[in-house]
Design a protein around this ligand. Structure first.
Ligand code: NAI
Ligand code: 13P
Length: 348
């Protein structure tokens, strides 16, 4: 039986790179984008020069469109790769075009300020139950710039529905894109979202002229506070040592490709947040996620010193120098805390 096309929503760097993976796997891909210029570049020139290296040739199996109804009508799988802030409006719009149950996948990384909801939770709120077969999160250390060059990459497919997580594993898996499954959706989504905060902070210390010691400190203590919040929210602590936790933290804090790291670097060099966003012209999810994580940490009474200092830099004009100094002179601590989470999780 002929397979149905797969719908990918978001023709930025990550949506286009994931479309390339799907096309390489033999799928017909309908890629939705807002920009007519980007859609034309993909369909006519087989390029997405706005978001990806000009050498990347986009396979013929990818057909781009600005028409959301055309893209999602009659598909079994819809993959969200829009910025977190666009997830709710896009869910609302597509709901009118889908009549039967569909597997929804998201590959975005964020937490919503205000509601403190993860992306799958926002989708579950917005999509009518009768059209949702399952919701799956795809996350891990995966820069679009390398995936589109077919360089070796590993990610995690996570869902409360294990069969759906496996279907998505099969959909994407190939010799250069290896997909694991993980049943801990809370940990997978939070790891992917919260690492962006640490990447911003890591870029910021680089912008200040600090070196590898500061970066290693931020990554290590950053992972500690991500795990602290995540386990309080019900995640398996081991997930944070995996691809969507430590793996993604490494790639985002150490790669020149990282939008969050680059934004942090510019802020550390003295540029205002608004000017940075203007200059980048790309999604920097960590800024809104810092706001959401700070709210969540306050609400849950979880100590997140790096997040808290970065929040003051981003939203209260604290200088990056003062923020780093504040972190260094905090009250002295023991490095490894007594576990406050349930150590019997997963019968360990
Ligand atoms: N770029 C990467 O390597 C990776 C990105 N991600 C995640 O994927 C998501 C998308 O990021 P990128 O593709 O990197 O962003 P990007 O900056 O390359 O492209 C953003 C895309 O979103 C569209 N967009 C912006 N605002 C929108 C709105 N209000 N409604 C609908 N569409 C809108 C833009 O037109 C553009 O097509 C983010 O959550 C990001 O964290 C996850 C893994 C890797
Ligand atoms: O999540 C990512 C890589 O796994 C992308 O991170 P940036 O948005 O910082 O580029």
């Amino acid at each position: 039986m002929k397979q149905r096309p797969v719908a990918v929503l978001g023709s930025g760097s990550w949506g286009t790179a994931l479309s390339v993976v799907l096309a390489d796997n033999g799928h017909d891909v309908r890629l939705w984008g807002r920009s007519q210029d980007v859609v034309d570049d993909i369909n006519l020139n087989r390029k997405n020069e706005k978001y990806l290296n000009e050498e990347i040739e986009i396979p013929e199996k990818v057909h781009a469109s600005t028409d959301l109804s055309e893209v999602v009508t009659g598909v079994d799988t819809v993959i969200f790769v829009v910025p977190t802030k666009a997830v709710r409006p896009v869910c609302q719009e597509i709901s009118q075009y889908i009549q039967s149950p569909v597997t929804f996948v998201h590959a975005s990384k964020g937490v919503e300020p205000g509601s403190s909801l993860r992306i799958s939770e926002m989708m579950a709120e917005e999509l009518p139950q009768n059209i949702v077969e399952a919701i799956v999160a795809l996350s891990g250390p995966s820069h679009a710039e390398e995936v589109s060059l077919r360089q070796p990459t590993t990610v995690t497919s996570s869902s409360n529905d294990q069969e759906a997580a496996k279907r998505v594993q099969d959909l994407f898996m190939n010799a250069s894109f290896r997909v694991y499954t993980n049943s801990d959706m809370i940990g997978v989504e939070l790891g992917g979202a919260l690492k962006n905060i640490i990447a911003l902070a890591s870029g910021l210390t680089n912008g200040l002229g600090y070196g590898d010691n500061a970066k290693a400190a931020l990554m290590t203590r950053g992972l500690a506070e991500i795990s602290r919040l995540g386990t309080k929210m019900g995640a398996n602590p081991l997930t944070f040592a995996g691809l969507s936790g430590l793996g993604d933290l490494i790639v985002t804090c150490t790669s020149v490709h990282s939008r969050n790291w680059r934004a942090g670097q510019l802020i550390g060099q003295g540029m205002s947040v608004d000017d940075v966003l203007e200059e980048m012209g790309m999604v920097v999810e960590g800024i809104r996620t810092t706001k959401a994580a700070k709210q969540l940490a306050d609400q849950e009474k979880v100590e997140m010193p790096i997040t808290s200092e970065l929040y003051d830099v981003l939203f209260h004009d604290k200088t990056p120098e003062d923020a780093v100094q504040q972190l260094m002179v905090r009250v002295k601590k023991q490095e490894v805390e007594e576990p406050t989470f349930d150590t019997s999780y997963g019968q360990l």
